[in-house]
Design a binder for this molecule. Structure first.
Ligand code: PEP
Ligand code: MG
Length: 847
């Protein structure tokens, strides 16, 4: 059994706040050899999902499941903060037990901890003691575990029960126990969980931890009370779904079609972060959110929004020597000023980086080498850039990670000087002439739209969300992408080898040979599966019990219509027409638009296309429209609201759409409808324009992406021919989480039951009114989302072009009856994680 040792106990520490305390605990875990430093970020993120405060002044910080590969060995550390740290809901933690779990060995230590929790004086002693032995004795078995009782004490009388297994791979530790409590608390029934001789209250985290139930241990869950049966059903499903951990054995959703298995047991199109299996990378892993699937390898390159131009040669070396000295002196002055300002604001430690940069600038070898280049006839800028880039490349190749990290510093300071020596600085993205993995703080949709997939193998941003338009564009360009990876994503030298794993949502810096070999094997498997799906791409998506779901494409450019057809799309479910307005200096004319729409209609050759009218605003800025800045652009003049304010733009677009409608089946769709009045105004104006053009009437539908539209869907359904649910926006507006928020976006999951209930309500209103309903948000092409949305009765799923074949293959491998059953159970879940676990479990056989 795992034992706590003296070196794992840090006493008498202080921390200004919870984040600092967690970093201290993380440091203790790193120094004990239990985790990679990257795991600390995940511990901080864990607190945002749910605080790890247990009670009696004790907290148990630990990371999220996605970061488990950063755990090097199972272990526990104890850090004492005698003055306490504000942790959760006004509670102060004085003892923090940091947990790194690769296996379930630590459960007994946690079980012993529950003994301390049940005894306030024991907990207070641990918070004050200066004797590590006392902590060790308490956690290694010196205290009993009263929170879990003798058999039968907590078992509710007269209840029913089910037998379940403790989840794999790490048993009933803190995270799955928290998931269990969350489900149990939704019911009024008394719930008990028995493990061998011990019984715990199913609504008490502490008591459940006290069971010390290792992976696979048999547990009896009993419930008594009016909703006992429903409670047991939900708890059974939660256990079956692995309580948010890896999947437990399950009844399959359907017998798998042989082609969907790929014959190798590999999960299918794993473009969602919870369906992919952890890979255990050995290089430095930077964890973010999967935004676009795929696995690539290449050199890192930091995205720059400006291009600095310098002449290669110069006539007068004396002038160039002087310019070089002036550039160096100017940059040094800037650095000194930055250093002084930051020291005053944030202290000398934080400002030290600028001191280090100054030292680099004063390196005599570097400066002399640059002057030598000037003597050889080069301009000061060219000479300087050649020298510092070469030095940085050499540093980046060094084995010692500390030295290699100086490469990024040298490039930073080098660029500072170079700007002063530039002939011209253009605001245009500069990319090298070879393919790279692009790293950026953030990328705007227009930055992303300009990327060339041949040059950008993959991209990783520090901020952003999986449903931001940057992610959407990356998916449509088939560029693997990871977003919300935090500042660690920027701490990589240009040229450094990386693996960008868009399936897992991680960037692997300095991958080992083993990482590379395994990535290669996986890439080959994915390619093989994609090829099988590609061969079947023109077959309709008919479930195994004979129900058809149409799979159509989300596109953003005229050329993509043909690509959609070639990829097996049965039409276009969403053309984001506003993309035609990005990347330019003025709006496209009526003729230009008519030509673009006509090109798409012709490419579709009789298949339907839904042209969504302009959805400008939110994260899509069109500078030349000079819209006033708004404090809350997602709640401002966006989508149809802008069109109703700018009737000139709206008229031009509608005229172009009606002209194109003469060429084939065009449907019109308004985005962001939130009131009946807006819809009435938009429809009346559309009708006016139609008459002006003399075109035939066309089908008109609306996006359902605002909660008010859901609540009045019955009323709206009377006016239109179809609904298409925009789950990206619906999720952000229902959960009140900005879809590109640096920290919240990762929780804004379209599979949240609150969103699913909105979808169910919309589908019911559409059914009642006799109109069809589909979805075009990102969740439609996410494997778990595909199943749930089909089960909720959506008859058309509009997905990014690269996801079409996989989505069709998935639908062909399931039964609608099974999907409907999952959807029903998903609506009863409490969290998105439960929904994902439910689908993952049910897909066990079909995956
Ligand atoms: C949506 O909101 O789900 C949607 C499809 O529209 P967009 O992503 O363009 O806002
Ligand atoms: Mg939207």
């Amino acid at each position: 059994m795992l034992k706590l040792r003296e070196r794992n106990v840090w006493l008498g520490r202080a921390a200004a706040d919870k984040a600092e305390a967690i970093r201290t605990v993380g440091r203790a875990m790193v120094e004990s050899g239990f985790i990679e430093p990257g795991y600390i970020d995940s511990m901080l993120q864990r607190e945002q999902v749910a605080a790890t405060y247990l009670g009696s002044g004790i907290a148990i910080p630990h990371g999220l499941p996605a970061a488990r590969h950063l755990v090097r060995a199972t272990g526990i550390v104890v850090v004492q903060f005698p003055d306490g740290v504000a942790w959760a809901d006004g509670e102060r933690a004085r003892v923090a037990v940091g947990i790194a779990a690769r296996s379930d060995e630590h459960l007994q230590v946690l079980a012993n901890l529950t003994g301390v929790l049940g005894d306030a004086s024991a907990a207070a002693r641990l918070a004050r003691t200066s004797d590590p032995g006392e902590v060790i004795a308490a956690l290694n078995g010196g205290a009993s575990a009263p929170a879990a009782s003798a058999p039968g004490v907590l078992a509710p009388a007269g209840g029913t029960s089910i037998e379940v297994s403790s989840p794999s791979p790490h048993g009933l530790h803190a995270r799955p126990a928290t998931a269990l409590v969350e489900v149990a608390k939704r019911f009024r029934a008394e719930i008990a969980v028995r493990h061998g001789e011990k019984t715990a209250n199913g609504k008490s985290l502490v008591a459940l931890l006290g069971l010390g139930a290792v992976a696979g241990a048999r547990l009896t869950v009993s419930a008594a009370g009016e909703d006992a049966a429903a409670a047991l059903e939900a708890l059974g499903a939660a256990f079956a779904g692995g309580l948010g951990e890896a999947a437990a054995p399950h009844a399959p959703l359907a017998a798998p079609a042989p082609r969907d298995r790929g014959g190798d047991g590999e999960p299918r199109a794993s473009h969602d972060r919870t369906l992919a299996a952890p890979l255990g990378y050995e290089g430095r892993v930077v964890v973010g959110i999967s935004a676009s699937p795929g696995l690539v390898e290449g050199p890192a390159w930091a995205f720059q929004r400006e291009r600095i131009t310098v002449a290669e040669t110069a006539a007068d070396p004396a002038v160039q020597h002087r310019r070089l000295d002036q550039g160096l002196a100017g940059a040094a002055a800037d650095l000194r000023q930055l250093h002084d300002e930051l020291s005053k604001k944030a202290g000398a430690a934080k400002a030290a980086i600028f001191k280090a940069h100054l030292e680099l600038l004063e390196d005599p070898d570097l400066v002399a080498a640059a002057h030598d280049q000037v003597d050889a006839g080069h301009s000061a800028g060219w000479a300087w850039r050649k020298v510092y880039e070469e030095r940085a490349d050499t540093l980046a190749r060094l084995e010692d990670p500390l030295l290699a990290a100086r490469a990024a510093d040298l490039r930073d300071v080098g660029r500072r000087v170079l700007r002063l020596l530039a002939d011209a600085i253009e605001s245009a993205a500069s990319l090298p002439s070879h393919p790279v993995v692009l790293l950026a703080d953030d990328l705007s949709p227009s930055d992303t739209a300009k990327l060339d997939p041949k040059q950008v193998l993959g991209l990783c941003t520090a901020v952003g969300g999986a449903t931001s338009h940057t992610a959407i564009i990356a998916r449509s360009l088939d560029i693997p992408a990871v977003v919300a990876a935090g500042p660690a994503a920027l701490d990589v030298e240009d040229g450094q080898a990386c693996i960008l794993d868009g399936d897992m949502g991680v960037l692997v810096v300095r991958p080992t040979a083993r990482d590379r070999a395994r990535a290669e094997v996986r890439r080959a498997q994915v390619l093989e599966r994609r090829e099988a799906e590609r061969l079947d791409r023109y077959k309709p998506a008919i479930t195994r019990d004979g129900r058809r779901v149409e799979v159509v494409a989300n596109i953003g450019a005229p050329g993509e219509a043909q690509q959609a057809v070639d990829a097996g799309g049965e039409g276009v479910g969403l053309m984001r027409t506003e993309f035609l307005f990005l990347k330019r200096e003025s709006p496209p004319s009526e003729d230009e638009q008519a030509e673009a729409y006509t090109t798409m209609v012709r490419a579709l050759n009789g298949l339907p296309i839904i042209l969504r009218t302009l959805d400008i605003g939110g994260d899509k800025h069109v500078p030349y429209l000079s819209m006033p800045a708004e404090g809350n652009p997602f709640l401002g003049v966006r989508g149809v609201r802008l069109c109703l304010e700018r009737l000139d733009l709206f008229r031009t677009q509608l005229r172009a759409i009606f002209r194109a409608s003469r060429e084939g089946p065009v449907r019109l769709m308004y985005p962001m409808i939130s009131t009946v009045e807006e819809l009435a105004r938009a429809m009346a104006f559309t009708e006016e324009v139609r008459r002006e053009i003399g075109a035939d009437p066309i089908e008109i539908g609306i996006m359902i992406e605002v909660p008010s539209a859901v609540m009045i869907a019955d009323r709206l359904a009377r006016e239109v021919s179809f609904f298409s649910i925009g789950t990206n926006d619906l999720t952000q507006y229902v959960l009140a989480m900005d879809r590109q928020h640096p920290t919240l976006a990762s929780q804004a999951d379209g599979l949240h039951p609150a969103v699913l209930r909105m979808i169910e309500r919309t589908a019911a209103a559409a059914r009642e009114a006799g109109i069809w309903v589909g979805a075009c948000g990102g969740i439609a092409g996410d494997p778990a989302g595909t199943v749930v949305l089909a089960g909720l009765g959506l008859v058309e799923l509009s997905v990014s072009i690269p996801s079409i074949a996989a989505t069709k293959a998935l639908l062909r491998g399931i039964t609608m009856e099974g999907a409907e059953d999952i959807a029903r159970r998903a609506l009863a879940c409490g969290t998105a994680a439960e929904v994902r676990a439910l689908v993952q479990g049910a897909q066990g056989g079909a995956a």
